[in-house]
Design a binder for this molecule. Structure first.
Ligand code: NAD
Length: 244
């Protein structure tokens, strides 16, 4: 219950959806937690909201340093900030490719680079990246997003190999469709939101969306002491989608 007592965690994209659910769960289990986000204003206490843009190296360095100062170090890093993109390969411009890869992939490299000196000083260091079932499912109309998440999965494996001998574990979660403000925004923008929601539910064999709390529980498992022997692994939280 209190497996994160005495530990400090940083969650990017921690002001909404999966990130906020994860930050809340880690705090419930004893961690001191900083949420790094473009819009940290609504982050509830005791979580510490810090402004950061993962596209900007200076912003990331300042926020990670501020988090380490305020929390007394960093033991757990959750690289969760991410954005979506619709379209086939014909439909996304070069600018869109650069914009999405900059957040979803290079953003993880920037935050990790800034956090590594703090993680090296921890006896319980763990990184969890929020990837997606899109990394391997071949989703229609998600070419760029899928490519970005495929890169996140590959990056997770490479980071795990690079840092295992320093005692830093690196894993990722692959959620299916999760009921978060992001998905609600997509439904609001749809011509037929009810039909679209039904299609998203039906795509997962469980017949329902995944909850942000269910993804948070998987992230907390990978970040915590129960997963001390696990690094370089992918945990699907997708209602059975990856088995299809
Ligand atoms: P969300 O939009 O509810 O939350 C994302 C948060 O990231 C927001 O608070 C936003 O401000 C922040 N953010 C965006 N760009 C940022 C930047 N440049 N710098 C700092 N913060 C930034 O989304 P969510 O659904 O909770 O998604 C979180 C992660 O989960 C993403 O990486 C997403 O790809 C992944 N994911 C989501 C789903 C889903 O169905 N919702 C499925 C699989 C994977």
């Amino acid at each position: 219950r209190n497996e994160f007592a005495g530990l400090a965690a940083v969650v990017t994209g921690g002001a909404s959806g999966i990130g906020l659910a994860t930050a809340t769960l880690l705090a419930d289990r004893g961690a001191r937690v900083a949420c790094l986000d473009l819009n940290p204003e609504g982050v509830p206490s005791p979580l510490l909201g810090l402004a950061a843009d993962v596209r900007d190296d200076g912003s990331v360095r300042a926020a990670v340093a501020a988090a380490a100062d305020a929390l007394g170090g960093i033991d757990v890093l959750v690289n969760n900030a991410g954005i979506g993109a619709r379209g086939s390969v014909e439909e996304n411009s070069d600018e869109e490719w650069h914009r999405v890869l900059d957040v979803n992939v290079v953003g993880i490299a920037r935050v990790t680079r800034a956090a590594l000196p703090h993680l090296r000083a921890s006896a319980h260091a763990a990184i969890v990246n929020t990837c997606s079932i899109a990394a391997s499912a071949g989703l229609p109309q998600r070419a760029l997003y899928s490519a970005s998440k495929g890169a996140v999965q590959a990056l997770t494996m490479a980071m795990a190999a690079d840092h295992v001998r320093e005692g830093i574990r690196v894993n990722c979660v692959n959620p299916g469709t999760v009921d978060t403000p992001w998905v609600r925004r997509l439904l609001d923008a749809a011509d037929d939101p009810a039909g679209e929601l039904a299609a998203l539910r039906a795509r997962q064999p469980t017949g329902r969306l995944v909850s942000a709390d269910e993804v948070a529980a998987a992230i907390a498992y990978l970040a915590g002491p129960l997963a001390a022997a696990t690094t370089g692994s992918v945990l699907a939280v997708d209602g059975g989608m990856h088995g299809l």
